[in-house]
Write a protein that binds this ligand. Structure first.
Ligand code: DGI
Ligand code: FE
Ligand code: FE
Ligand code: FE
Length: 188
């Protein structure tokens, strides 16, 4: 794999300053969560660095990459905001040489979540939502929950995302609902 410092430098050129700042926030938060839950911090760092790698790519290009990525093409019938996640995993693998399946899955599912997420996948999903530069109402409570219990924290984060989408009358991707349902079954 390409050295992390080089990747960060190339990301800086690929996206606006504010988004680069978000990436550094996700790196920091995911490392803290990884340490807290006994998951290798370097794996969390790699997933965090790449999670939004193609966030600013054109929709037509993202669509073609999603089709090559191996995820369910159903995602292409949903909002294009969802496409950068599987496309990012494809780019991390084929342009930067990331091979670890758990890291690639964490990138692929960082936006929607899914049922059966690994600990690393949950950490990246949460870190994306609660990194230090996020300021929405309720983020402090999510940060506390994230460190109290991995599944309860993840449930609180998915619940927040679903509520946000319902509030906007946006469609909800089935994997997001699978994720929510499974966490409730685990907890209750
Ligand atoms: O890339 P980021 O902005 O850091 O965050 P993200 O990848 O978690 O989410 C990107 C956007 O995708 C966010 O504005 C909410 C939206 N989104 C997440 N899940 C769904 C969704 N949009 C729809 N329509 N359906 C979903 O299930
Ligand atoms: Fe994202
Ligand atoms: Fe997210
Ligand atoms: Fe992000």
């Amino acid at each position: 794999m390409v050295a992390i410092d080089e990747v960060l430098q190339s990301l800086k050129e690929r996206m606006p300053e504010r988004r680069y700042h978000h990436i550094l926030g996700v790196v920091a938060m995911s490392r803290r969560l990884a340490e807290h839950y006994g998951i290798p911090e370097d794996k969390a760092e790699v997933a965090a660095v790449f999670h939004d790698v193609v966030k600013f790519a054109e929709d037509d290009w993202l669509e073609s990459v999603v089709l090559k990525s191996g995820v369910n093409p159903l995602v292409l019938t949903f909002h294009s905001e969802l496409w950068h996640a599987p496309a990012g995993a494809y780019v991390a693998k084929h342009e930067y040489g990331v091979e670890d399946e758990d890291i690639l899955n964490a990138i692929t599912y960082h936006t929607t979540g899914r049922a059966g997420m690994s600990d690393l996948e949950k950490i990246i999903y949460m870190a994306d939502l609660i990194e230090p530069s996020r300021t929405f109402t309720g983020v402090e409570e999510l940060r506390e929950k994230a460190f109290e219990d991995l599944n309860e924290g993840m449930l609180a984060c998915v619940r927040h995302s679903i509520a946000f989408l319902v509030e906007k009358t946006a469609r909800i991707y089935p994997l997001t609902l699978d994720c929510y349902n499974e966490l409730i079954k685990e907890g209750k």
